[in-house]
Structure formats: C-alpha cells, structure tokens
Design a protein. Structure first.
Length: 501
C-alpha cells in the first residue's frame, strides 16, 4: 500500500475571519540572518508563541545547542503534552539502539507432512515475526510479489499440490491489534491498521475510485483482488459543479467495507485505503489465492493455527525456506518520513518480542521505558501507551524529547536516525513546509498531528552552522491546524537565520 496522508478526500473551506490574525505567516518576510544574542532570540520566540489565537491553548518548547548545551529557548519544557506522532521518535530511536540498523524481520515457511513427488501431503505453515514490509512498498508497488516469489520457491521444490491447509502462526505477537486509547472511529482508516505477527499490505486493502456517468455509481477496483473482503459500492457520480467527497467505512469486527460519498464527473482516479479485520486470516487467504493463481492446487482451507483442534508440533515439521525483510535502516525511513503508524506498532511489539520473548505493546513499552531510563530520561514522569502516538493517552515533555535527541546525536546509530527524519521543504511530512527559507533542506524533524495537537521535534543548524535540537508541541487549540504549523515553522526559520552577536 502506498501511504497517503488521508484516506478520505474531503472538500472543505477554512474560514479565518473569526480569528484575530489567522492569515498564514508570510515566511519569506523573515530576514535571511538575525545577528543577536540568545536572550534577544528567546524574546523573539516568546512573541511568536504569544499569538492571541492560542490564548487558551498550551505551548511547550525546548531548544538546545548541541555544542554548548545552552538552551536557546524554554517554555513549559518539563510539562507533559500529548505528542501525537512525535512518539515515533521514541519508538524508532529505541528500535535502532536495541535492534540495530541491519536488523531484518523474518517469516518462516514450514511443511507439516511429507512431500511425495509433487504433492505436499500435509499443511503449509507460515510463521510470522512481525514483518511490516510484506507489501509492494519495497517491491516497485507490486503488492503480491513476495507471495508470488514464495509460490515460485515451492514450485522450485517440486511442489504443485498441497493436500492440506494453509496455516498462519501469529503467536509471536498478542492478538490485540489496536492501541490503547485509539478512537473507535479511526478503525476503518489506514492510519489505524491493526498490528499482527503475520501482516500483508499494511493490513489494508487498496481501493481505486473513478467516476462513472453522472447519476450512476462510481467505479471501484480493489487490490488485492480477493474474496476476503466484501465491498459495498455506495459511491455516486455527481456533476462537475459538485464536490468530490469519498470515504470508507468497515463494519466493526467484519470485512464488509462500504465506499461512501460522491465523485465528480471527469475527475481523475484516486486511491483510498481501508483496514481489514483479522490480519492473520487476511494473510493466509491471500496466500492461498496466490498459490492457486500460480498453479499450486490447495485442497484445504486457510486458517490460523490456533483454530486447529490439534496442537502444532514444530519438531515434526520441516523448514522449507525463510523470507527476510529489507534492513531496518530502510524500514525506519518509512516509519518516520511517512509517519507510518502500522510500522511503529509493529516495531514496538518486535522490541518486546526480541528482548522479552513476547510481542505485546506492554512488553515493548517495558523495554522502551528501561532503555530511556538508562540514557537519562526519567520515565516516571511520562506516559507511553503505543508506538505511533495515535493515542491521546501518551504524555511526554519537550525536554524529554530533546534529551533523547541529544543522546541519539552522540550515538553510533545517529546517521541512520537522522536520515530517517523528514527534510524540511523536501520530503515526507515536511515536504511542503519551510520552503524557500534557510530552514529548507536544513531542518530534519518528526511532525505529529491528532485533533488539537501539533508537534515537531528534531535537528536544525543555525546561521552559524551550530547544530541545535528542538521540540515544539501545541496542545488543546481550536483554530485551524495550519496556524500552529506556521508558528512552528517560523521558529525553525528563526533558528536557521540566527547568528550569535
């Protein structure tokens, strides 16, 4: 699945006239360099955060020199804030420190039976360990390439018939797919895809949508083409003077997915994404379909090993082959640049599995807390409930984030961490921010957004080429989110223009 920023295409107008000065900040009016003292710089930043649109909101900030340790600016730096996706900085940093940049996820393929000529007389078992990359993302958008390669591997072993079942073993992870505190109305959308030890295509289906004739249904195509989901087309084609407004809804606990809304006549095709229920079943059903498409007959069903009436004994099975993911140094770029929640949750559980023997959020969080304490961050004054930051129950202070960033700067894995962050005005979630300023191609930072929360934390060089860490978090605002972004961007630009007097 190619991650998009939204799974819903909504047309809306933001009305700014009710706010005192809610226009976008004119970033190109900031002077190229500002030669001043740190004290004067701090006063300038205070002026930015005193924007009356945020009188009833909460700002927190910590900005610190990586050369001298001096704080350029502090505001509520030790207060706790909802970080949104800045939580991914914690998850990805700990993942790099503990697993290393060359870590690879594995998936094992076993036979439980004998191979008699070209026939496997028994079950094919897929044992998952949380690989988030079994999709098209690292395969030129070819969603089923990995599964087809597995079919080719079986054919190379001489197997063209399986007189048994396709079984998925997801027991490396728990069965709690969603994070603590996730809103129920997120469940259909890609950014709330459930985690699982066996996962395919980010545990989503891709739906291409295009208009038909005015007054008729929109035209849908589904990837992967599978019987696993039931798609209900409730999309109408409307006139060119109307509005395109498309969304998806999956009935809770089912794979009945409705595509709802309207699409304008003459519009280009667009893609939306919907989550699936039961990742393991999705995986094995899709694999069975792929095997049969490749000419491998499967007589049995596709199921979770936990649904068997007997206990699976791996001592009696044979490992046919092992699939390995790309290196973690590449995976972490998707996690941070694209702000991929699914990857973050898979990583959190993998940390738990690798260090404590079981992949649950609770085990992963326990390891994360222990690691943070070891590097000097007191986690008694912090709440961690998921890996992605989608939950509103996460709480962290700006200063805790900058302490983490400072530690990573000095670590052996800093290059991989730094290269995983969005680049201002260039890529990821910062692609359209701080353009045509000295912060462009300079600031490297993780952004975060949930309703009423906007965060940005990372690294930047001042006009003196002095490296700085920063964390800026806004909570509980009611104005359009672009206004919070503008103020955060303005601080970054001020930093990029700052020269010591």
């Amino acid at each position: 699945m190619n991650t998009q920023k939204n799974s819903k295409y909504l047309s809306f107008v933001l009305i700014f006239s009710t706010f005192s000065f809610a226009q976008e900040v004119k970033l190109d009016t900031v002077p190229k360099y500002s030669i001043t003292t740190v004290s004067e710089f701090s006063s300038q930043i205070d002026d930015i955060f005193n924007d009356p649109n945020f009188n009833n909101a909460n700002w927190g900030a910590s900005i610190q020199s990586l050369v001298t340790g001096e704080y350029f600016y502090k505001k509520n730096e030790n207060k706790l804030f909802m970080p949104a996706s800045n939580q991914k900085l914690v998850t990805s940093a700990v993942g790099l420190l503990l697993l290393g940049p060359m870590y690879r996820f594995k998936t094992e393929v076993y036979s439980d039976g004998v191979i008699d000529g070209s026939i496997l007389k028994g079950d094919l078992i897929i044992k998952g360990f949380g690989d988030p990359t079994i999709s098209g993302r690292f395969n030129n958008n070819d969603m089923t390439k990995i599964l087809r390669d597995w079919a080719d591997s079986l054919l190379a072993l001489g197997i063209d018939e399986i007189r048994g079942n396709i079984l998925g073993d997801d027991n490396a992870f728990d069965d709690t797919g969603l994070g603590l505190g996730w809103s129920w109305d997120y469940e259909s959308d890609w950014y709330a895809a459930p985690s699982g030890a066996l996962s395919f295509n980010d545990n989503c289906i891709d739906i291409s949508v295009k208009p038909g004739r005015k007054g008729e249904q929109g035209i849908l195509s589904i990837s992967p083409e599978s019987k696993y989901t039931i798609i209900q087309n409730k999309l109408r084609t409307v006139g060119r003077d109307s509005v395109t407004d498309v969304s998806v809804y999956r009935e809770r606990g089912t794979n009945i997915i409705s595509v709802i809304g309207s699409i304008k006549e003459g519009d280009d095709s667009l893609k939306i994404y919907a989550t699936i229920n039961n990742p393991t079943q999705y995986f094995v059903v899709t694999l069975k379909e792929i095997l049969q498409q490749k000419g491998i007959y499967v007589s049995g069903f596709a199921s979770d090993v936990d649904d068997l009436t007997r206990t699976l004994d791996y001592a009696r099975t044979k490992l046919l082959f092992t699939h390995y993911s790309v290196f973690f140094k590449d995976i972490i770029k998707v996690l941070n640049k694209n702000s991929q929640n699914f990857y973050a949750e898979q990583l959190l559980k993998t940390i738990g599995f690798e260090k404590k023997g079981f992949g649950s959020a609770a085990q992963g969080i326990d390891v994360v807390r222990s690691t943070l304490n070891k590097i000097g961050i007191n986690t008694d004054n912090m709440e961690i409930v998921d890996g992605s930051g989608l939950s509103r129950l996460n709480l962290i202070s700006p200063n805790q984030i900058t302490v983490l960033l400072n530690y990573m700067y000095k670590s052996d894995v800093f290059t991989y961490f730094y290269n995983s962050l969005p680049v201002g005005g260039v890529d990821g979630t910062l692609a359209n921010r701080v353009r045509k300023t000295r912060a462009q191609n300079n600031v490297r930072a993780k952004t975060g957004y949930i309703n009423g929360v906007r965060s940005i934390s990372g690294y930047i060089f001042t006009g003196d080429k002095e490296p700085v860490t920063f964390s800026i978090i806004a909570n509980n605002f009611t104005v359009p989110v672009v206004l919070a972004e503008n103020l955060q961007d303005l601080v970054c630009i001020r930093l990029a223009n700052f020269k010591r007097k």
